[in-house]
Structures are given as C-alpha cells and as structure tokens.
Design a protein around this ligand. Structure first.
Ligand code: F3S
Length: 81
C-alpha cells in the first residue's frame, strides 16, 4: 500500500493536486492542500484504484509538497527520507 501527506509549510496553494486526485486531496480555508482521507496524517493506505491519481498529483506538484511512501507518515511529512 501507499501513503501520502502534504507538507503544508511548502504548499503554495497552486491547486494542481486536487485536480489530479480529487478523491485524495482537498484544500483548507487558506487553499492549502491536505489529504482528506486521514486528516493529512499520512496514515491511511491509498487504494489501488487511486494510486495512479496520487502519483499524478505527486509528480505535478510544483513545490514537491506531496510526499508518498510505502510506510505510514504518522503526521510527519519528513518522517521518511
Ligand atoms: Fe499545494 Fe502542491 Fe497541491 S503546491 S495545492 S500540494 S499541487
């Protein structure tokens, strides 16, 4: 399984991820992206059906704010690396 999380400190609210993967990413009141399925903690596995959308968002983010991993992030975008 894959997990994903948004680093809201570097997100510039460009809006690309919600277009690429609307079932995974949405925006808060400031327009910053977050993972909607697990409150942006990176702890809920992304279903196989959404994997491609997730990777599209990951590759399309202009600030590399979307992190993807095979292990849960537990709320920290830089837990893995
Ligand atoms: Fe932010 Fe990147 Fe999405 S800048 S709005 S996380 S595509």
């Amino acid at each position: 399984a894959s997990y994903t999380i948004v680093d809201k400190d570097t997100c510039i609210a460009c809006g690309a991820c919600g277009v690429a993967a609307p079932d995974i990413y949405d925006y808060d009141d400031e327009g910053l992206a977050e993972v909607i399925i697990d409150d942006n903690t990176g702890t809920s596995p992304i279903s196989d059906a959404l994997e491609e959308d997730m990777l599209d968002a990951y590759e399309g983010c202009p600030t590399n704010s979307i992190q993807v991993s095979h292990t849960p992030f537990e709320g920290d975008p830089y837990k893995i690396e």
